[in-house]
Design a protein around this ligand. Structure first.
Ligand code: F0G
Length: 446
């Protein structure tokens, strides 16, 4: 069921096969270098690519563009307080701006930062502060075929093993990413949120939640965690944050906007320091690099994200795509995550060794076959990380219809049928920061 209809449409076009082949070669076999007009179905990301509601567009007209103390900022602060329960908020241009502001305040050189799994920009910002990011994903996440419910969890044992190794004094912050984007968009249970908070408290560290997809995570808790069946998504969403000291948020995900983000916290001193850093990197702390109208739309979106039936339909649609692919025997990571379906490229291209990027081969093949753009989250994006070569097909929110999903599934099926014809890729040009190479490196078939 869909509880919305389209009010505005944007034309899309499938270029001819010859055009697609020329475009991917020209792009150096890196879909970040493609022109979006050459893409038919764009599943590169769910970040800032969704459709806003009529209420959000109306809010944009109301946006207050005052440089300091705008009404729109107050509306955002109210929404963050109501929906997430934090007293202080520092708006930023997007999630990574919040990471820069908050981690710049909290971290020092030589610190070690555990997280269930760092997203790439989080990892890069922690490295940028001279600290070391360490992933502690749950052991269950390693099995792409088990249908267990909360494979995004933080492995508390791994957290304590890290403390043994580096000492609690080196760990000023423990981070938890909900949902776990780097582990196939898998959710984190409320029990694990509580356990991670206790771990942080035990070692006297701050507990920070990367809250990008907090509404989707709340939905999974409602669906699958005992005791939450009758609790509303809004209540669950708030409870998730009860034990956190601070959050970083990309509004481009579960605040349902095209741009925006914020850091929020309980401690006034951290807030004061964060504001100073925000002035340097983002803008005066009541606009944070955003226009008043963007802030206004984010305030409305944050509330919509936890208002039924939005998030139920959202996660259900992602599940539908997962089912369509599974029905065609395309190997997908199970269960389907909150914002994306992850394909196991290592299995599809078992004849291509890891160092020749089977994931990136699949990304290029999906584009060539059907003008579908996904993203690699395996050896190319996370060099040497010893993780499966997954390809993420992220669904923008409230944007594509069932016909689009069918086209995606048919495209993947066609790639599967000719998988043996594909060769691996090698990097021929890459930027200095290895953590960010997948955004701009160029490749060639081996
Ligand atoms: N944290 C997580 C878990 C994310 O998924 C992202 C962005 C960020 C932080 C940074 O937020 O983009 O607003 O600066 N993820 C996008 C993606 C880009 O495609 O998954 P941002």
């Amino acid at each position: 069921m869909r509880s919305y209809k389209a009010k505005m449409v944007e034309p899309i076009e499938l270029p001819s096969r010859e055009e697609r082949e020329a475009a991917i070669e020209e792009a150096g076999y890196n879909v970040f270098n493609l022109d979006a007009r050459d893409v038919y179905i764009d599943l590169l990301t769910d970040s800032g690519t969704g459709t806003m509601s009529a209420d959000q567009w109306a809010a944009m007209i109301r946006g207050d563009e005052a440089y300091a103390g705008s009404r729109s900022f107050n509306n955002l602060a109210d929404a963050v307080r109501d929906v997430m329960g934090f007293e202080y908020v520092v708006p930023t241009h997007q999630g990574r701006g919040a990471e820069n502001v908050l981690y710049g305040v909290l971290l020092e050189e030589g610190d070690v930062i555990p997280n269930n799994s760092h997203f790439d920009t989080t990892r890069a910002h922690i490295v940028n502060q001279g600290a070391e990011p360490v992933d502690c994903p749950s052991p269950a996440s390693r099995d792409p075929n088990s249908n267990e419910s909360f494979k995004g969890n933080f492995d508390i044992d791994a957290g304590y093993a890290l403390v043994e190794e580096v000492g609690a004094d080196s760990i000023p912050v423990v981070v938890l990413t909900i949902t776990n984007n780097s582990v196939a968009g898998q959710p984190v249970s409320m029990a694990n949120i509580r356990a991670t908070a206790e771990f942080a408290r035990d070692i006297d560290a701050m507990f920070v939640i990367d809250a990008c997809r907090f509404a989707e995570n709340a939905h999974f808790i409602k669906q699958h965690e005992a005791g939450y069946e009758d609790t509303s998504v809004a209540e669950i969403a708030r409870e998730q944050f009860e034990h956190a000291d601070a959050i970083t948020m990309s509004g481009k995900k579960d605040a349902l906007v095209n741009i925006g983000g914020f850091a929020a916290m309980r401690d006034e001193t951290v807030f004061e320091h964060a504001k100073q850093r925000a002035i340097l990197f983002e803008g005066f702390p009541t606009y944070g690099g955003l226009s008043g109208r963007d802030i206004e739309a984010m305030a409305v979106g944050l509330r919509e994200a936890v208002t039924p039936p939005y998030v139920h339909e959202r996660v259900e649609q992602v599940g539908e795509l997962g089912d369509m692919l599974s029905e065609r025997d395309v190997p997908v990571y199970l269960p389907t995550g909150g914002h994306a379906v992850y394909l196991d490229a290592g299995e599809i291209f078992s004849h291509i060794p890891k160092e020749h990027f089977p994931g990136q081969v699949l990304v290029c093949a999906l584009y060539r076959e059907g003008g579908v753009r996904g993203v690699e989250l395996g050896e190319f994006a996370f060099p040497g990380a010893d993780r499966p070569d997954l390809v993420r097909l992220a669904l923008p929110r409230r944007t594509y219809s069932r016909e689009h999903l069918e086209h995606i599934a048919e495209t993947a099926e066609a790639v599967m049928e000719s998988a043996h014809e594909y060769d691996g890729l090698e990097i021929v040009e890459e930027p200095p920061m290895k953590e960010l190479r997948h955004f701009s490196a160029k490749l060639e078939p081996v």
